[in-house]
Design a protein around this ligand. Structure first.
Ligand code: KG4
Ligand code: ZN
Length: 342
């Protein structure tokens, strides 16, 4: 890499249905970012269609890189390194970003790194706080469409899994619940909008606290909504949305605080698409603050998939001497090691 202590890192995210590009000056100064969401395309199908997602990434990624460089007033030659999500994700979608990143890094003769998608989400929680209490251990609740897990994180990079969902991810439960209520895709934000006018206590949906452990389960909740809707006198859509959302957020915030207590840490980070939810942010902040824990949640636009988080996580890996070579593979699944992917 160029000798500069603050290299300009191009971040690329294409693991699901958002194509995103960001330029970040290490460690975490955002110079420009762009995002092309495919939500409109996939909403017709009620969920992400992998092949459609991959094809769309191919069409929009290169123009998005050009637009992001223009936005920052930079040129290709100004890029010092490339960071790309290499997994986990939809394999064809991840592959588009990985192939592009490899080709670009090779052409520019700059280093590149393969970033783990969940490490990138966690990195978004410490954006703008580099150096503050970075070394202190914390608990991370990762809640997205594909993942719901709790980790203990040390030195910002060493991850120990404390618990995970045994069935649906929280975002998946929200998306499926929203679909049952006739809402569009992605369901989480739609459900949140409808819930704003509803009564959170209208329907006592079940909470799976799984005998005080740190695992999660949301399939019973989904079944309960289906049964309720099939009943003689279902509650209003707004009340159902508010009560259903509350059941998910109650479990998530209870377990995040429980994990912090158990691990003896001072702070809780909440990341991933579901962390954009206002009710989760409020409930967790209220409970964690009352119990003496600090909460870090990225701004909503950095909770859902974006490339800033990829560039920031990549910049940290590069600072630690990591670099991938042309053998870097896209991965549908990948363990979270804190060392990215190679
Ligand atoms: O992190 P993300 O953008 O993509 C994955 O890596 O999965 O998360 C997407 C998930 C979807 O399930 C979506 O419904 C949910 O995050 N989501 C929300 C909100 N915004 C996105 N859930 C609840 N409230 C929101 N405001
Ligand atoms: Zn994600």
């Amino acid at each position: 890499m160029a000798a500069t202590p603050h290299p300009i890192v191009l971040g690329i995210e294409s693991s699901c249905d958002e194509t995103a590009v960001a330029l970040v000056r290490a460690p975490d100064t955002v110079l420009a970012q762009s995002l092309a969401s495919q939500a409109d395309i996939h909403s017709r199908f009620g969920g992400v269609v992998p092949e459609v997602a991959s094809r769309r990434h191919v069409e929009v990624l290169d123009p998005l890189v050009t637009a992001t460089l223009d936005q920052a007033g930079l040129e290709l030659k100004d890029i010092d390194a490339v960071a790309v999500t290499a997994g986990p994700g939809l394999i064809g979608a991840v592959l588009v970003g990985v192939c592009y990143a490899k080709a670009l890094a090779w052409a520019l003769k700059v280093p590149f790194v393969g970033v783990h998608h969940l490490e990138a989400h966690v990195a978004a929680a410490s954006l703008g706080e580099a150096g503050a209490d970075d070394a202190a251990p914390f608990v991370a609740l990762v809640v997205s469409g594909g993942h719901t897990s709790l980790y203990r994180v040390e030195d910002g990079v060493r991850f120990t899994q404390l618990g995970a969902t045994v069935d649906d991810a929280a975002g998946e439960a929200l998306d499926k619940g929203a679909k049952m209520l006739g809402l569009g895709y992605p369901g989480g934000p739609e459900l949140e909008r409808l819930a704003a006018g509803g009564d959170r206590a209208a329907v006592a949906f079940p909470r799976a606290f799984l005998a005080a452990g740190l695992d999660f389960s949301f399939s019973g909740l989904k079944t309960s909504l289906r049964t309720h809707l099939a009943g003689a006198d279902p509650a209003s859509p707004a009340d159902l949305a508010a009560s259903y959302q509350e059941a998910v957020m109650d479990v998530l915030s209870t377990k995040a605080v429980r994990a912090a207590e158990r691990e003896g840490v001072r702070r809780i980070a909440v990341v991933g698409g579901v962390a954009a939810n206002g009710r989760l942010r409020a409930l967790l902040t209220e409970r964690a603050t009352a119990a003496g824990y600090a909460v870090r949640v990225p701004p909503p636009a950095l909770c859902t998939d974006n490339a800033v988080m990829v560039a920031v996580a990549g910049a940290r890996m590069l600072a630690q001497g990591a670099a991938a070579d042309l053998s870097l593979d896209a991965r549908a699944r990948a363990p979270l090691t804190g060392r990215g992917l190679s």
